[in-house]
Design a binder for this molecule. Structure first.
Ligand code: DON
Length: 304
Protein backbone atom coordinates (compact mmCIF):
# COMPACT_ATOMS: atom_id res chain seq x y z
CA UNK A 1 0.00 0.00 0.00
CA UNK A 2 1.43 3.38 -0.98
CA UNK A 3 0.63 5.23 2.24
CA UNK A 4 2.88 8.13 1.24
CA UNK A 5 0.76 8.89 -1.81
CA UNK A 6 -2.41 8.56 0.27
CA UNK A 7 -1.03 11.00 2.89
CA UNK A 8 -0.33 13.55 0.13
CA UNK A 9 -3.78 13.02 -1.31
CA UNK A 10 -5.49 13.50 2.07
CA UNK A 11 -3.44 16.62 2.73
CA UNK A 12 -4.52 18.11 -0.62
CA UNK A 13 -8.09 17.45 0.38
CA UNK A 14 -8.00 19.01 3.85
CA UNK A 15 -5.26 21.65 3.70
CA UNK A 16 -7.65 24.49 2.94
CA UNK A 17 -10.29 23.52 5.52
CA UNK A 18 -11.01 26.25 8.07
CA UNK A 19 -9.13 25.59 11.35
CA UNK A 20 -11.43 23.74 13.69
CA UNK A 21 -11.30 23.78 17.50
CA UNK A 22 -9.03 25.19 20.20
CA UNK A 23 -5.78 24.12 21.86
CA UNK A 24 -6.30 22.73 25.40
CA UNK A 25 -5.77 25.61 27.79
CA UNK A 26 -6.77 24.14 31.16
CA UNK A 27 -3.12 23.08 31.41
CA UNK A 28 -1.46 26.50 30.98
CA UNK A 29 1.70 25.13 29.30
CA UNK A 30 -0.33 23.23 26.69
CA UNK A 31 -2.05 26.47 25.72
CA UNK A 32 1.28 27.77 24.40
CA UNK A 33 1.64 25.13 21.67
CA UNK A 34 1.37 26.31 18.02
CA UNK A 35 -2.20 25.27 17.04
CA UNK A 36 -1.23 24.78 13.40
CA UNK A 37 1.27 21.99 13.92
CA UNK A 38 0.39 18.85 12.01
CA UNK A 39 2.30 15.59 11.88
CA UNK A 40 1.65 11.97 10.89
CA UNK A 41 3.72 8.81 11.13
CA UNK A 42 2.71 5.27 10.20
CA UNK A 43 4.86 2.25 11.08
CA UNK A 44 3.92 -1.09 9.51
CA UNK A 45 4.42 -4.40 11.28
CA UNK A 46 7.08 -5.13 8.62
CA UNK A 47 9.08 -2.09 9.67
CA UNK A 48 8.13 0.29 6.86
CA UNK A 49 7.79 3.96 7.79
CA UNK A 50 5.66 6.70 6.22
CA UNK A 51 5.50 10.24 7.52
CA UNK A 52 4.06 13.64 6.82
CA UNK A 53 4.49 17.18 8.19
CA UNK A 54 5.76 17.82 11.72
CA UNK A 55 6.23 14.12 12.44
CA UNK A 56 9.60 14.59 14.15
CA UNK A 57 8.51 17.21 16.64
CA UNK A 58 7.92 16.30 20.29
CA UNK A 59 4.52 16.92 21.85
CA UNK A 60 2.81 16.06 25.12
CA UNK A 61 1.14 12.66 24.66
CA UNK A 62 -1.14 13.22 27.69
CA UNK A 63 -3.86 10.56 27.99
CA UNK A 64 -2.28 8.36 25.32
CA UNK A 65 0.19 7.40 28.05
CA UNK A 66 -2.70 5.82 29.99
CA UNK A 67 -2.48 2.84 27.61
CA UNK A 68 1.15 2.26 28.63
CA UNK A 69 0.45 2.51 32.37
CA UNK A 70 -2.48 0.13 31.87
CA UNK A 71 -0.22 -2.38 30.07
CA UNK A 72 2.24 -2.26 32.96
CA UNK A 73 -0.43 -2.63 35.66
CA UNK A 74 -2.24 -5.39 33.74
CA UNK A 75 0.96 -7.46 33.68
CA UNK A 76 1.34 -7.00 37.43
CA UNK A 77 -2.24 -7.63 38.55
CA UNK A 78 -3.63 -9.91 35.83
CA UNK A 79 -7.42 -10.17 35.70
CA UNK A 80 -7.70 -9.05 39.35
CA UNK A 81 -7.20 -5.55 37.93
CA UNK A 82 -10.82 -5.47 36.81
CA UNK A 83 -12.05 -5.61 40.41
CA UNK A 84 -10.94 -1.97 40.78
CA UNK A 85 -11.75 -0.54 37.34
CA UNK A 86 -14.34 -1.50 34.71
CA UNK A 87 -14.15 -2.06 30.95
CA UNK A 88 -17.33 -0.25 29.92
CA UNK A 89 -17.51 2.92 27.85
CA UNK A 90 -18.49 5.81 30.09
CA UNK A 91 -20.18 8.03 27.50
CA UNK A 92 -19.00 10.96 29.61
CA UNK A 93 -16.11 13.46 29.28
CA UNK A 94 -12.62 12.30 30.30
CA UNK A 95 -12.67 14.24 33.58
CA UNK A 96 -16.28 13.60 34.60
CA UNK A 97 -17.23 12.95 38.22
CA UNK A 98 -20.87 12.13 37.70
CA UNK A 99 -20.84 8.30 37.55
CA UNK A 100 -18.24 7.82 40.23
CA UNK A 101 -20.51 8.33 43.22
CA UNK A 102 -23.25 5.92 42.25
CA UNK A 103 -20.66 3.41 40.95
CA UNK A 104 -19.18 3.44 44.49
CA UNK A 105 -15.76 4.73 43.45
CA UNK A 106 -15.17 2.13 40.70
CA UNK A 107 -14.37 3.98 37.45
CA UNK A 108 -16.08 2.73 34.29
CA UNK A 109 -12.79 2.16 32.44
CA UNK A 110 -9.03 2.75 32.72
CA UNK A 111 -8.91 5.63 30.18
CA UNK A 112 -11.16 8.19 31.83
CA UNK A 113 -9.15 10.18 34.39
CA UNK A 114 -10.72 8.37 37.36
CA UNK A 115 -9.69 4.98 35.92
CA UNK A 116 -6.18 6.15 35.06
CA UNK A 117 -5.79 7.44 38.63
CA UNK A 118 -6.69 3.97 39.97
CA UNK A 119 -4.13 2.42 37.59
CA UNK A 120 -1.58 4.96 38.84
CA UNK A 121 -2.42 3.97 42.43
CA UNK A 122 -1.89 0.28 41.57
CA UNK A 123 1.53 1.06 40.07
CA UNK A 124 2.49 3.14 43.11
CA UNK A 125 1.62 0.11 45.28
CA UNK A 126 3.78 -2.23 43.19
CA UNK A 127 6.82 -0.11 42.38
CA UNK A 128 9.59 1.07 44.69
CA UNK A 129 10.37 4.04 42.38
CA UNK A 130 7.22 4.49 40.29
CA UNK A 131 8.41 7.35 38.05
CA UNK A 132 11.77 5.73 37.26
CA UNK A 133 10.28 2.29 36.66
CA UNK A 134 7.45 3.57 34.46
CA UNK A 135 9.76 5.54 32.19
CA UNK A 136 12.08 2.53 31.99
CA UNK A 137 9.12 0.42 30.80
CA UNK A 138 8.09 3.09 28.24
CA UNK A 139 11.67 3.29 26.94
CA UNK A 140 11.82 -0.48 26.63
CA UNK A 141 8.51 -0.66 24.73
CA UNK A 142 9.49 2.22 22.46
CA UNK A 143 13.03 0.96 21.85
CA UNK A 144 14.17 4.50 22.64
CA UNK A 145 16.15 5.53 25.69
CA UNK A 146 15.54 9.21 25.16
CA UNK A 147 11.80 9.21 25.87
CA UNK A 148 11.16 11.32 28.97
CA UNK A 149 8.72 13.24 31.14
CA UNK A 150 8.32 16.99 30.73
CA UNK A 151 8.53 18.46 34.25
CA UNK A 152 7.29 21.85 33.01
CA UNK A 153 4.02 20.28 31.74
CA UNK A 154 3.61 18.07 34.83
CA UNK A 155 4.02 21.07 37.16
CA UNK A 156 1.69 23.18 35.04
CA UNK A 157 -1.02 20.54 35.24
CA UNK A 158 -0.47 20.09 38.99
CA UNK A 159 -1.03 23.83 39.50
CA UNK A 160 -4.55 23.48 38.05
CA UNK A 161 -5.33 19.88 39.05
CA UNK A 162 -8.54 20.59 40.97
CA UNK A 163 -10.75 18.22 38.98
CA UNK A 164 -8.34 15.29 39.34
CA UNK A 165 -8.05 16.11 43.06
CA UNK A 166 -11.83 15.85 43.33
CA UNK A 167 -11.87 12.50 41.50
CA UNK A 168 -9.09 10.96 43.59
CA UNK A 169 -10.55 12.18 46.89
CA UNK A 170 -13.94 10.71 46.03
CA UNK A 171 -12.34 7.37 45.16
CA UNK A 172 -10.24 7.47 48.33
CA UNK A 173 -13.45 7.90 50.34
CA UNK A 174 -14.75 4.67 48.77
CA UNK A 175 -11.47 2.83 49.54
CA UNK A 176 -10.42 2.49 45.88
CA UNK A 177 -7.20 4.51 46.32
CA UNK A 178 -4.71 2.80 48.64
CA UNK A 179 -1.80 5.26 48.64
CA UNK A 180 -1.26 8.89 49.57
CA UNK A 181 -3.25 10.97 47.08
CA UNK A 182 -0.44 13.51 46.51
CA UNK A 183 1.99 10.74 45.61
CA UNK A 184 -0.49 9.17 43.18
CA UNK A 185 -1.38 12.51 41.58
CA UNK A 186 2.26 13.47 41.14
CA UNK A 187 2.85 10.13 39.41
CA UNK A 188 -0.27 10.60 37.23
CA UNK A 189 0.71 14.15 36.14
CA UNK A 190 4.17 12.92 35.20
CA UNK A 191 2.69 10.02 33.23
CA UNK A 192 0.56 12.50 31.24
CA UNK A 193 3.57 14.75 30.62
CA UNK A 194 5.55 12.18 28.58
CA UNK A 195 6.65 13.63 25.26
CA UNK A 196 7.08 11.83 21.95
CA UNK A 197 7.16 12.63 18.26
CA UNK A 198 4.60 11.02 15.93
CA UNK A 199 7.37 8.69 14.76
CA UNK A 200 8.20 7.62 18.32
CA UNK A 201 4.54 7.25 19.25
CA UNK A 202 3.63 5.04 16.30
CA UNK A 203 6.71 2.88 16.90
CA UNK A 204 5.94 2.62 20.63
CA UNK A 205 2.40 1.36 20.00
CA UNK A 206 3.37 -1.18 17.35
CA UNK A 207 3.29 -3.97 19.96
CA UNK A 208 -0.50 -3.63 20.04
CA UNK A 209 -0.62 -4.31 16.28
CA UNK A 210 1.51 -7.43 16.76
CA UNK A 211 -0.40 -9.10 19.61
CA UNK A 212 1.91 -7.96 22.38
CA UNK A 213 5.28 -8.79 20.81
CA UNK A 214 7.71 -6.03 19.91
CA UNK A 215 8.41 -6.72 16.21
CA UNK A 216 11.98 -5.40 16.37
CA UNK A 217 13.27 -7.01 19.55
CA UNK A 218 10.80 -9.96 19.58
CA UNK A 219 10.33 -9.21 23.25
CA UNK A 220 6.91 -10.06 24.75
CA UNK A 221 5.39 -6.90 26.23
CA UNK A 222 1.92 -8.41 26.77
CA UNK A 223 0.30 -11.81 26.24
CA UNK A 224 -1.86 -12.19 23.09
CA UNK A 225 -5.01 -12.12 25.20
CA UNK A 226 -4.01 -8.99 27.13
CA UNK A 227 -3.01 -7.16 23.93
CA UNK A 228 -6.38 -8.01 22.35
CA UNK A 229 -8.21 -6.83 25.44
CA UNK A 230 -6.36 -3.51 25.55
CA UNK A 231 -7.26 -2.98 21.87
CA UNK A 232 -10.88 -3.76 22.74
CA UNK A 233 -10.86 -1.15 25.52
CA UNK A 234 -9.29 1.41 23.16
CA UNK A 235 -12.02 0.68 20.62
CA UNK A 236 -14.80 1.26 23.15
CA UNK A 237 -13.31 3.85 25.49
CA UNK A 238 -10.33 5.50 23.76
CA UNK A 239 -12.18 8.70 22.86
CA UNK A 240 -14.49 9.12 25.88
CA UNK A 241 -17.92 10.41 24.78
CA UNK A 242 -16.74 10.35 21.16
CA UNK A 243 -15.74 6.66 21.12
CA UNK A 244 -18.78 5.67 19.08
CA UNK A 245 -18.18 8.36 16.53
CA UNK A 246 -14.49 7.48 16.18
CA UNK A 247 -15.42 3.82 15.63
CA UNK A 248 -18.08 4.87 13.14
CA UNK A 249 -15.81 7.17 11.14
CA UNK A 250 -12.37 5.56 11.50
CA UNK A 251 -12.98 1.94 12.50
CA UNK A 252 -9.74 1.33 14.38
CA UNK A 253 -8.92 1.03 18.09
CA UNK A 254 -7.15 4.17 19.23
CA UNK A 255 -6.40 6.62 22.00
CA UNK A 256 -6.36 10.39 22.10
CA UNK A 257 -4.69 12.96 24.34
CA UNK A 258 -5.43 16.63 25.01
CA UNK A 259 -2.01 17.48 23.54
CA UNK A 260 -3.70 16.83 20.18
CA UNK A 261 -2.18 13.41 19.55
CA UNK A 262 -4.03 10.29 18.47
CA UNK A 263 -2.61 6.81 18.08
CA UNK A 264 -4.57 4.15 16.18
CA UNK A 265 -3.84 0.46 15.69
CA UNK A 266 -4.61 -1.80 12.75
CA UNK A 267 -3.81 -5.31 14.06
CA UNK A 268 -1.39 -7.19 11.78
CA UNK A 269 -0.90 -4.08 9.62
CA UNK A 270 0.23 -0.86 11.28
CA UNK A 271 0.27 1.65 14.09
CA UNK A 272 -0.30 5.31 13.16
CA UNK A 273 0.18 8.50 15.18
CA UNK A 274 -1.26 11.86 14.18
CA UNK A 275 -0.79 15.21 15.92
CA UNK A 276 -2.79 18.39 15.48
CA UNK A 277 -3.32 20.43 18.69
CA UNK A 278 -6.74 21.95 17.94
CA UNK A 279 -9.31 19.93 19.89
CA UNK A 280 -13.03 19.51 19.28
CA UNK A 281 -15.61 19.90 22.06
CA UNK A 282 -14.95 16.34 23.26
CA UNK A 283 -11.23 17.05 23.78
CA UNK A 284 -10.04 15.07 20.75
CA UNK A 285 -7.95 16.36 17.83
CA UNK A 286 -10.32 17.59 15.09
CA UNK A 287 -7.90 17.37 12.19
CA UNK A 288 -6.41 14.15 13.53
CA UNK A 289 -9.79 12.42 13.42
CA UNK A 290 -10.50 13.80 9.94
CA UNK A 291 -7.14 12.54 8.66
CA UNK A 292 -7.70 9.04 10.04
CA UNK A 293 -11.25 8.95 8.69
CA UNK A 294 -9.95 9.74 5.20
CA UNK A 295 -7.12 7.19 5.57
CA UNK A 296 -9.41 4.27 6.36
CA UNK A 297 -11.92 5.46 3.74
CA UNK A 298 -9.36 5.79 0.93
CA UNK A 299 -7.60 2.51 1.78
CA UNK A 300 -11.01 0.87 2.24
CA UNK A 301 -9.52 -0.93 5.20
CA UNK A 302 -10.53 -0.84 8.83
CA UNK A 303 -11.03 -3.62 11.37
CA UNK A 304 -14.70 -3.98 10.38
O1 DON B 1 -5.86 14.52 33.60
C1 DON B 1 -5.83 15.33 32.67
O2 DON B 1 -6.68 16.20 32.60
C2 DON B 1 -4.76 15.24 31.56
N1 DON B 1 -3.47 15.16 32.08
C3 DON B 1 -5.01 14.13 30.58
C4 DON B 1 -6.26 14.39 29.87
C5 DON B 1 -6.33 13.90 28.48
O3 DON B 1 -5.36 13.85 27.73
C6 DON B 1 -7.69 13.59 28.04
N2 DON B 1 -7.72 13.16 26.67
N3 DON B 1 -8.18 13.56 25.69
Amino acid sequence: MDYQRIFEEINEEIKNDAPCGEVASYIPELGRVDPNKFGVHLTTVNGEHYSFGDSDEKFSIQSIAKVLSLAMAYNMEGEALWERVGVEPSGTPFNSLVQLEYDMGIPRNPFINAGALVIADILVSHLANPKEELIRFVREVSGNNEIDYCTRIAESEKSMGYRNAALINLMKSFGNIKNDIDVVMDFYFNLCSIEMTCKELSRTFLFLATYGICPETKQTILSVSKAKRINAIMQLCGFYDEAGEFSFKVGLPGKSGVGGGIVAIYPNKYSIAVWSPRLNKKGNSSKGIKFLELLTTKTQASIF
